[in-house]
Design a protein around this ligand. Structure first.
Ligand code: SF4
Length: 66
């Protein structure tokens, strides 16, 4: 299944992904960005434009489709 992935080692915590697509990207209790668990392929498909926008604007260039 195609889903977004994050290379957390490159994340600069700019929060842009959360601003653009809060249904997918969240900040965990430790303060790091995570992809929400248990999202279906249909949800990724319906949010594909927002996810692509987050990938394009990611300051750390650490988001991609996996
Ligand atoms: S947009 Fe990229 S660098 Fe910014 S918080 Fe999200 S994953 Fe990290």
């Amino acid at each position: 299944m195609k889903r977004p992935v994050i290379d957390i080692s490159e994340c600069v915590l700019c929060d842009i992904c959360i601003d653009i697509c809060p249904d997918v990207f969240i900040k965990n209790q430790a303060g790091y960005i995570e992809i929400k668990d248990n999202l279906s392929e249909e949800i990724y498909k319906s949010l594909e434009d927002d996810i692509n926008e987050a990938i394009k604007n990611c300051r750390g260039d650490c988001l991609s489709w996996g």
